[in-house]
Ligand binder design. Sequence first.
Ligand code: DGL
Length: 276
Amino acid sequence: MNSNTSPIGIFDSGFGGLTVFKEIEKLLPQYDYLYLGDNARAPYGPRSFETVYHYTREAVQWFFDQGCPLVLLACNTASAKALKNIQQLDLPKMADPTRRVLGVIRPTTEVLGQFTQTGKVGVLGTSGTVRSNSYPIEMEKYWPDVEVFQQACPLWVPLIESNEHEGDGADYFVKKYLDQLFAQEKGIDTLLLGCTHYPLLLPKLKQHIPAHVTLVAQGEIVAKSLVDYLDRHPEMEARLSKGGDHRFCTTDDPLGFRKQAEVILGREIKAAGVHL
Ligand code: DGL
């Protein structure tokens, strides 16, 4: 590894970002990665703008301290509530303003409209993402003819973070929020899982969603968009280390993190505990 190069940082409040990372490592296995889950403070979804901004900024600073020149917020809540401030207010004032922080909402909205025939798209997200209105605002820019219907699903992330998402109890809350979304508009034919945790609920979601509805998860979309970003930014690409070293850190118990992450990634990993 060239000593002037460093891993790509991937951040989420907890396990959700692993659903994005899994697709990124398929498309871009040659890079080194450093994943951080802020499991000790998850979920971010119900927290205030200030709190999510503060937590996310601490995480981004941690990645910078580890040398990462590029950090992806693989978290919709952090992308919705902190990304703009970090990009516009914090980065320019930092010692190295050429480092970059990317999010998941922009790349998702760029392509989301192409999946719908009825022009009615449902977005499932955390309370924070829904309250921020980031999806309707971004969709208006790229797909002004598409109507967006949002539904907050506040209990889904806690179910996943506590590893209860495959149990019978999860069905009640899966159905509850889906019913609330389709009660807003029956013509929805495309459903975005607008939280990186939600693909872990896919088996349950498929049981409760009408067969004609297209389910869109973000992993592949964000991974393709990262490929495109690195193509368009050779100066950043040159700063990234290549060697296929994929490291995982959590702000909570590393053993618990490792066990759950291994189920999500389908392979063995090592995890380290860190404090922000
Ligand atoms: N996975 C995250 C997201 O995409 C965060 C969920 C949470 O911590 O509430 O929004």
